[in-house]
Design a protein around this ligand. Structure first.
Ligand code: ZN
Ligand code: ZN
Ligand code: FE
Ligand code: FE
Length: 270
């Protein structure tokens, strides 16, 4: 099975499991590598209630150390972060990038600007009722504009869950290619890797991120791919990877990417 690079730890306050249990689960799932990418700190604190605090970064490194000790050479344990793309975040991401010998950084759009409520984490179930009466066309345009800007920033190795904006099943009418095409051009030009994130299959949208059509367009545009579970517990590591591999191949992919100290290699999908 491919590497699983998008995974969380209890430091983000909504995940569970000891490092040893994650490593055991990675071995059991037959993953080629296990990467940890917890929700990165964000200033001003507390920014929200679903990430580690800046002062907890040393604990994160200890957590990684414990995972590596337990893996003991049986599987590579990679160090990453899932960073939030926010207006004006560049200096902060560069700061985080300098804290450690990261193997990769994931960029994710979880926040959108709204004229009446300011920045809101649209994928948080806490705000589900806010979607009522919202203009989906406008939200989708705003989401993909930020996603393209995140790619163009050049700050990240991997771009997380491409169409997360569909999480609760809020889709605009008509052919979605009008949203996909400009962002695919931007991502292809940036050289960033996207992920096929299997967690979407367990959300109200009941579809992996991104949609199969997006994946097809991404492959045609030459955008490289990783497959990830976005696991918040050991049992979800590598979840649905056989289906994801089949979907990636159906979209035209023959390989996925491996990272070490922010350098890439490829691994055949077999
Ligand atoms: Zn999370
Ligand atoms: Zn995310
Ligand atoms: Fe995540
Ligand atoms: Fe996440």
């Amino acid at each position: 099975m491919p590497a699983d690079y998008h995974t969380h730890t209890p430091l983000c306050r909504h995940a569970e499991g000891e490092p040893e249990a994650f490593v055991d689960a990675a071995l059991k799932a037959g993953l080629s590598e296990y990467g940890v990418s917890d929700h990165a700190p964000q200033l001003p604190e507390p920014f929200d209630d679903w990430r580690m605090l800046d002062a907890e970064m040393p604990e994160y490194f200890q957590w990684l150390e414990r995972a590596r000790r337990h893996a003991n050479g049986r599987i590579p344990v990679r160090a990453g972060l899932e960073c939030d793309w926010l207006p004006g975040c560049t200096a902060w991401i560069e700061n985080l990038a300098g804290r450690h010998q990261w193997d990769y950084l994931i960029g994710s759009v979880h926040y959108l600007e709204s004229t009446d409520i300011g920045a809101w984490d649209f994928d948080n179930p806490k705000w589900l009722d806010r979607w009522d009466g919202m203009d989906l066309e406008e939200i989708w345009h705003g989401y993909w504009r930020e996603y393209a800007a995140m790619a163009e920033s050049g700050l990240f190795d991997v771009l997380g869950h491409p169409d997360l904006v569909k999480k609760f099943g809020h889709l605009p009418d008509g052919d979605l290619d009008r949203f996909y095409e400009p962002v695919i051009d931007a991502v292809a030009a940036s050289g960033c890797v996207i992920e096929l994130n299997t967690a979407g299959w367990y959300k109200p949208c009941a579809e992996c991120y991104p949609a199969p059509r997006f994946l097809e367009l991404a492959c045609s545009a030459g955008i490289p791919l990783v497959i990830s579970s976005d696991s918040h517990e050991p049992a979800h590591l590598g979840r649905d990877f056989p289906q994801a591999v089949a979907m990636a191949k159906a979209a035209g992919y023959q390989e996925t990417v491996l990272f070490e100290q922010r350098r890439r290699k490829t691994e055949s999908l077999g």
